[in-house]
Design a protein. Structure first.
Length: 272
């Protein structure tokens, strides 16, 4: 039995299948962890969703910003963008079933020596604390009145965490950290504009600001400009498949790495 953590797929179904063939994935014995952003920017979001959903308990998926974008657009809260490529999902006969399944995926997953989140964790959050905060968002996304939450999801304020936050502001900060953040300041103030590898003045990569703790390795995606980064504390797996990079799988038991190339479906300058 093996567990493979896979970087941002973003609708790249053919590359996903090629990668799984390369690692010899066996759905009877093996499990897949997806770091979020199953959909959008690539050509086959519908096929990706159908295939991953059909794996059942064999797949763990955490929510990414593009996944939430699909959910909010389906629910009528987000306008269509010219670079969206999930119209196949919106037009599918089982669109409601697929979107509801996606909406009820976790924000974080922690198991054994690894913790998985799409973008990152604020420096002041331990993995245990972040997992509990993520569950607050999950409860809102799964509640009967989830549409009220979706209607107030977007925005970049507040810019930092405060334990005193309540309601929509509290949940928005959690979502922004876990699905959008790349850089922050030592006090936790987040930047949502810079997408490259170099931080703006006064900011650092979020993982460089986390204090030394005896905690699981954090597996994440979202940051194609950073690319593959494997250390004792983090495993960054977004290697820019949709931009013409590679799709990456990391076998968690021994950190064996596999990659497949992609022709690219979006110009590199638009990476987000």
């Amino acid at each position: 039995m093996a567990t493979y953590a896979i970087g941002d797929v973003q609708g790249c179904f053919d590359e996903l299948q090629a990668l799984l063939a390369r690692v010899g994935f066996n759905p009877v014995h093996d499990r897949l962890w997806f770091v979020g952003d199953l959909v959008n920017r690539g050509p086959k979001s519908l096929q990706v969703l159908r295939w991953v959903k059909a794996l059942g308990d064999g797949a763990v998926v955490v929510l990414g910003n593009h996944d939430l974008h699909l959910v909010t657009q389906f629910e009528g809260f987000e306008k269509k963008r010219t670079d969206d490529t999930f119209r196949d999902v919106l037009a599918a006969p089982e669109a409601r079933e697929l979107v509801d399944w996606l909406r009820t995926r976790p924000m974080m997953h922690v198991e054994g020596r690894y913790a998985m989140v799409h973008a990152g964790l604020l420096p002041e959050w331990s993995v245990e604390r972040a997992l509990a905060l993520g569950k607050e968002v999950e409860a809102a996304l799964r509640a009967p009145n989830y549409r009220e939450f979706l209607g107030n999801l977007y925005g970049s304020k507040p810019e930092r965490w405060d334990d005193a936050l309540r309601g929509r502001d509290r949940l928005r900060v959690i979502v922004n950290a876990m699905t959008r953040m790349r850089f922050c300041k030592p006090d936790g103030k987040m930047d949502f504009h810079s997408k490259g590898e170099q931080p703006p003045a006064g900011y650092s990569a979020w993982f460089d600001l986390r204090p030394e703790r005896d905690e699981p390795v954090i597996v994440f995606g979202h940051w194609s400009a950073l690319g593959l980064k494997l250390t004792e504390r983090v495993a960054a797996l977004d290697t820019g498949c949709v931009w013409g990079g590679r799709l990456t799988a990391l076998r968690l038991e021994d950190r064996w790495l596999a990659q497949v190339p992609s022709p690219g479906y979006q110009p590199m300058g638009e990476a987000a």
